[in-house]
Design a protein around this ligand. Structure first.
Ligand SMILES: CC(C)(COP(=O)(O)OP(=O)(O)OC[C@H]1O[C@@H](n2cnc3c(N)ncnc32)[C@H](O)[C@@H]1OP(=O)(O)O)[C@@H](O)C(=O)NCCC(=O)NCCS
Length: 209
């Protein structure tokens, strides 16, 4: 039986712990080992049974360990996942039992699908992507590595997100629209035209600030 380590013991990390404990693999393929976080008191007062085991940068993976990263900032998530993977850490996917996957969906390593996420058909989801509650990914969409997609987002057919994109809650990418790498789409934004790399875009229609 493997042991799951969740990197990041903040709010999203505690949510991912809850979703992991409800997933089909819990108790069958792995049990919970704990969190890695720079703050040893990250879960103090939160009534969380999983301990903080140490800092991600100082942790040496053991053969029983498997990992998932629950850090909400794409750049930090990438740095931590790549550094632990370089030390031999194996990243697995956490797929909540209420998530729905259609056909021909490709998932990278270290992907998190929260409750009621739907990914339809022929979509590609890169390493380290988190799709938060009730997000929808349409047919043939491509989501680059390390993207952090907040609750209630819609990424519609043939949309493309570069690596490291952050979408705020209720943001929408219309069909075939491209979001450049490391762009931020603000909460409630609707991207009806391509958004440049590294920009922050808000509003309807979404415009870079
Ligand atoms: C877009 C965003 C990243 C900008 O953050 P920021 O750079 O700190 O921006 P500020 O809060 O300083 O706001 C700057 C201006 O943009 C406006 N603004 C901020 N977010 C906006 C949004 N989503 N839509 C429209 N306008 C927005 C603010 O009202 C402010 O306007 P003002 O100068 O006229 O007062 C952030 O507001 C956002 O939408 N984050 C998403 C949060 C979220 O959904 N998290 C999910 C967690 S699960």
């Amino acid at each position: 039986m493997k042991k799951l380590i969740i990197i990041g013991a903040g709010g999203f990390g505690r949510e991912v712990l809850a979703w992991a404990k409800q997933s089909h693999e819990h108790g069958r393929e792995w049990t919970i080992k704990g969190f890695l976080d720079d703050n040893p008191d990250a879960v103090a007062g939160k009534n969380v049974t999983a301990p903080v085991l140490g800092k991600p940068s100082e942790y040496q993976p053991t053969p029983e360990d498997v990992f998932v990263c629950a850090i909400g900032t794409p750049a930090a998530k990438q740095a931590v996942q790549e550094s632990l993977a370089a030390k031999g850490g194996v990243f697995i996917n956490i797929v909540h039992p209420t998530a729905v996957l259609g056909e021909n969906v490709q998932l990278g390593a270290g992907v998190i699908l929260c409750p009621q996420v739907v990914v339809t058909v022929n979509a590609v989801i890169g390493d380290g992507v988190a799709l938060n509650l009730q997000t929808i990914v349409g047919h043939d969409a491509v989501i680059g590595k390390w993207c952090q997609i907040s609750p209630h987002c819609d990424i519609l057919g043939y949309a493309q997100l570069g690596d490291g994109v952050f979408m705020g809650s209720h943001a929408v990418v219309l069909p075939s629209v491209k979001i450049g790498a490391n762009a931020i789409l603000g909460a409630g934004a609707i991207a009806s035209r391509d958004i440049p790399t590294g920009s922050t875009a808000v509003g309807i229609p979404a415009k870079p600030r």
